[in-house]
Design a protein around this ligand. Sequence first.
Ligand code: PM9
Length: 459
Amino acid sequence: MNKYIAPPFRIKMIESIKMTTLEERKLKLKEAGYNPFSLRSEDVYIDLLTDSGTGAMSQNQWAALMVGDEAYAGSKSFFKLEEVVKKITGYQFVIPAHQGRGAEQVVLPLLMKEKGMYYISNTHFDTTRAHVEIAGGRAVDIVIDECFDTEQNHPFKGNFDLERLEKFIKEKGPSQIAGIIMTITNNSAGGQPVSMENMREVKKIADKYKIKTLIDGARYAENAYFIKQREKGYENKTISEIVKEVLSYADIFLMSAKKDGLVNIGGLIAIKDDFDFYQKCRTYIVPWEGFPTYGGLAGRDMEALAVGLEEALEETYLQHRIDQVRFLGEKLLEAGVPIQYPIGGHAVFVDCKKICPHIPYFEFPAQAVCNELYLEAGVRAVEIGSFLLGRNPDTGENLESPLEFMRLTIPRRTYTNEHLAYVAEAVINVYKRRETIKGFDFEYEPPVLRHFTARLKPL
Ligand code: PM9
């Protein structure tokens, strides 16, 4: 068997990318307030900011766009999407949203009976945390300790710490818990999977205390692939069978379809069987996202999503996807660059706490490495660390993230391994001059989700 599978597709159309000079990049980064989110994509050579909506669609998806039905209400494209989602999830009710955070904005406040209630997740993604906090709730992460030791090998570093989960519920009282959110894969912890056994146990605990479980399924197909690869008893199951079992452990499925939906825009809310809750979501989707049969999407978007959801469950697609991320990760490991190990599903997470121990968390070591990588080679990565984590909503203090990551996020079906070899070389060059890298301070700090729009100044 080859070490890495070749792409299970041929490239039919290309988009040119352009290299800039170091002098140009220095200027662009300064103009962007030392925040790669504010760079223009045309000034980026290889864009590893996110795998969200940045992938390539298949010829079948492009063809599906043409049959989109743009009716305001009751579009046939909605019913096609609904049928596919019901088939994949086994759930009864489906509402589209324009993207993941649109789904979060509708669902998360509706499960909170009063302000101050808690959501518990293995790790909340930043928009999920923001929606909990905007609704007056508190977001608590209860992930296993192994996840914080980037060198420790564990097949499911995204897992909940079950003991601490139950202890927290007992301490606060079950009536104070709005819901338990299983984020699969666990993005902020390094694209790390959650095991079937762990989700089964979470569901048992939730049932014992009558708490709703939600799946944040942005990368649920990648998670299913890891279960097939790593969990005993699942090696001969299909990805679809694994997904069905995973979804049986939740009441609500929220999805940013810009990831494992293989589309450039889209999101989903699916509800297992709670009709009353579905009615509430149908009511509130209207002012936030749009009529319940389009939820902020055009008919053509729903058509592309219906096709993409099925393509993302194909095993060879997933094998190539995960292999490609591993290709980049292994190149870095060979050169001694510290990364979250095992390598995750959608990205390689470079451990910048280890690379820049001389930069304190409040000067954002991983952001500093991201900026250096852009200067080195025109590669855009993203910080997942203290810059992203923000401040304690009660005290206003800068929170210290246990991990300071530079995430090299691989868009789906977009770059070749040659691109990734180039990225690896650039990261290794930055690593070699790591002692010279300096931290940053705020020039402008927005009150929510600060990492998206903040401006920084070098120290
Ligand atoms: N994730 C990501 O790059 C896009 C925003 S940051 C550039 O990882 C999870 C697990 C996500 C996620 C987005 C969302 C929100 C929810 N859950 O971006 O609103 O990783 O579609 O989804 C990004 P939307």
